[in-house]
Design a protein around this ligand. Structure first.
Ligand code: F1P
Length: 354
């Protein structure tokens, strides 16, 4: 019998090793991916998944478009299955990037089928199970087998699949992939240096609600951090684009509110102002920001300083591990077991939708 959260904690702190394993697995598929992007000029890329992997697809789509110039968008798999006329354009040369830890989620498996039937386009799958029903529909499978988990809530599986997506993006953009190999060591240092901060915030049960703010490629990461806080600790938790928070949601700010700002390099000065305004309204704030922009923040911030020296496309995955730890500690403080979140199954299996 394991202690509550034993698997979740082990899976969070083993992410650096899981990321290295994912990069090793990626190299086996690099040739096939290079051929795919060399032989086809895509007019559109759709990234899809469900829950955590839908949020992953949001970050992947943003990074893909920024790196390749190809229009890329993220759609929940159910939207592709149930509303194909709104999500697919059969006459445009489209690539589908389907992401699923299990590779068995009904909506994602069916979205790949609908995409293939309607467009005939190629499918790249990112998963932790290379023999899954979704993988069987793929032209190319990127598998993070070493990132499989005992816990229901995705942690190292999510970040390892994001590493695979970032490796795919670097290859599609013909960028030098060297920054990816630097990520595991940086993550290890982030977890070590910020474990106590994550525990302090997580165990402070006077906090009543969490808002995770992130824009651009960081919006998907903010949404995933929101979901971890919900799934693991059953806490009120929402995610918004940073400046969107002023347009209504800020009415919810109280002294029991924790605002987590995932500060981008591109819009930092605008984003810091939102957090400053919410602090002035009584909220508690936590900033996650990189060295390049941290000098713009007010002194004495409660912060996670991301020292990477990497290009901006390689950094999104680094914002997540400390926030996963924060959700883990809050779950334990609330007497929850993050290994088996209430009301959740590891995979959502449905009767056929189509
Ligand atoms: C997708 C998912 C997870 C969620 C829960 C139920 O799974 O929605 O994001 O946390 O585990 O399944 P998958 O398609 O990535 O396996």
């Amino acid at each position: 019998m394991t202690a509550p959260g034993e698997h979740t904690y082990a899976e969070i702190v083993s992410q650096p090793a899981a990321w290295s394993g994912a990069l090793d697995a990626f190299s086996a598929q690099a040739g096939a991916l290079r051929t795919l992007f060399q032989n086809r000029t895509f007019e559109r890329i759709i990234a899809t998944g469900c829950g955590s992997t839908h949020y992953l697809s949001m970050t992947a789509a943003a990074l893909l478009q920024a790196a390749t110039g190809i229009p890329a968008e993220a759609r929940p798999a159910s939207e592709i299955v149930l509303f194909p006329d709104l999500t697919l354009a059969p006459r445009s040369r489209t690539l589908l990037l389907a992401i699923s830890r299990s590779g068995s989620t009904t909506e994602t498996v069916e979205a790949a089928r609908v995409f293939r039937n309607r467009t005939g386009g190629p499918i790249v799958v990112i998963t932790c199970y290379g023999d899954s029903p979704l993988a069987q529909q793929a032209d190319i499978v990127l598998e993070a087998a070493g990132a499989r988990e005992q816990s229901i809530a995705q942690t190292r599986s999510f970040s390892s699949m994001l590493i695979l997506a970032q490796a795919l993006i670097a290859l599609a953009a013909q960028a030098d992939p060297w920054p990816l190999s630097a990520l595991p060591a940086i993550a290890d240092r982030l977890l070590t240096e910020n474990r106590e901060l994550a525990r302090q915030i997580g165990e402070d049960l006077s906090a009543r609600q969490f808002f995770f703010l992130g824009s651009g490629a960081l919006h998907g990461i903010a949404c995933e951090a929101m979901l971890k806080m919900k799934e693991m600790s059953l806490s009120l938790s929402e995610a918004y684009h940073v400046l969107e928070f002023r347009h209504g949601p800020m009415s919810m700010v109280t002294p029991e509110t924790v605002m987590v700002g995932l500060i981008s390099r591109q819009a930092a000065s605008f984003e810091y102002r939102v957090l400053d305004e919410m602090r002035a309204r009584g909220a508690r704030t936590l900033l996650l920001h990189t060295d390049q922009v941290a000098r713009l923040a007010k002194p004495h911030e409660v912060e996670v300083r991301i020292v990477s020296g990497l290009p901006v496309w390689a950094e999104p995955v680094l914002y997540l591990p400390v926030l996963q730890l924060m959700a883990y500690y809050r779950a334990l403080a609330k007497g929850q077991n993050p290994d088996h979140p209430a009301n959740l199954d590891a995979v959502v299996l449905l009767d056929p939708l189509g």
